[in-house]
Design a protein around this ligand. Structure first.
Ligand SMILES: Nc1ncnc2c1ncn2[C@@H]1O[C@H](COP(=O)(O)OP(=O)(O)OP(=O)(O)O)[C@@H](O)[C@H]1O
Length: 228
């Protein structure tokens, strides 16, 4: 098992947000985390990244308890995430933005990994010398995915990657994520509904008011999602 979250409680400013979360993803699999706005997707991803402390419970990655490991250690473990709001540095070029995590985390083969990312997404190589502020929101999402892939070689957490992206670019993002299959990467995709992730994932988890339950795909259901 790659990721194992057990009995996790997380609060923000003393208000309980996540309650008794249990979630597992086997190594190399893709999982969907589906929940409405405010359900707790970002909070769970931030807790997994070590950006929010756990009140109770544990987060383990490849058998190692990382619950209280500081956030910067995630890059050492090759875990990375793509924030919902992209967080590119507008005045830097696309290439500089992509290499930023390599510079910040002493990743020595960053340039080599960048080359691989550019092969995966040739369209972003084409605007590598442009400043991030010159790109559309959807193009910035592609760059943010590429940037997450520089350190994220074991696991990447994608926070609403399709949100606000025009259909044609969302399709492209889906196909890039599908191409990651076979790379041995463990992937979590948070989405408000499963419209883009349904065809990508091996398992689906639903989050509602900070509580997580496992769902499965069922072709007989029009929604495509059924509770166990
Ligand atoms: N900094 C904060 N201070 C107080 N409450 C917060 C903070 N961040 C999130 N919350 C609360 O935590 C709950 C979960 O929010 P979260 O952002 O994790 O949801 P989400 O599923 O990612 O939704 P969205 O798609 O809207 O980002 C919400 O009720 C939200 O109001």
């Amino acid at each position: 098992m790659s990721l194992e979250i057990a009995n996790l409680d997380v609060s923000i400013d003393g208000i309980g947000i996540l309650r008794d979360v249990n979630l597992t993803i086997p190594t190399g699999e893709m999982a969907g985390l589906i929940g409405h706005n405010g359900a707790g997707k970002t909070t769970l991803i931030r807790a997994m990244m070590g950006l929010l402390p756990a009140d109770r419970g544990s987060i383990s990655f490849k058998g190692r308890d990382i619950t209280r490991q500081p956030a910067y250690k995630r890059a050492d473990m090759r875990i990375s995430y793509m924030p919902e709001d992209r967080r590119l540095i507008p005045e830097l070029t696309v290439t500089e933005n992509m290499l930023m995590p390599a510079w910040a985390n002493n990743i020595h083969d960053g340039e080599q990994r960048l080359k691989w990312v550019y092969e995966l997404m040739p369209e972003i190589a084409d605007f590598g010398q442009r400043k991030a502020l010159q790109l559309s929101g959807g193009q910035q999402k592609l760059v943010a995915l590429g940037r997450a892939l520089i350190p994220g070689r074991e696991m990447i957490l994608l926070d609403e990657p399709f949100e606000g992206v025009a259909p044609v670019l969302a399709k492209r993002l889906s196909s890039v994520i599908a191409d990651l299959r076979g790379e041995g990467l463990t992937v979590l995709i948070a989405e408000s509904d499963d419209s883009h992730s349904a065809d990508l994932v091996d398992s689906t988890w639903r989050i509602e008011r900070g509580e997580v339950s496992q769902g499965r795909r069922d072709s007989s259901e029009s929604s495509g999602l059924t509770d166990y």
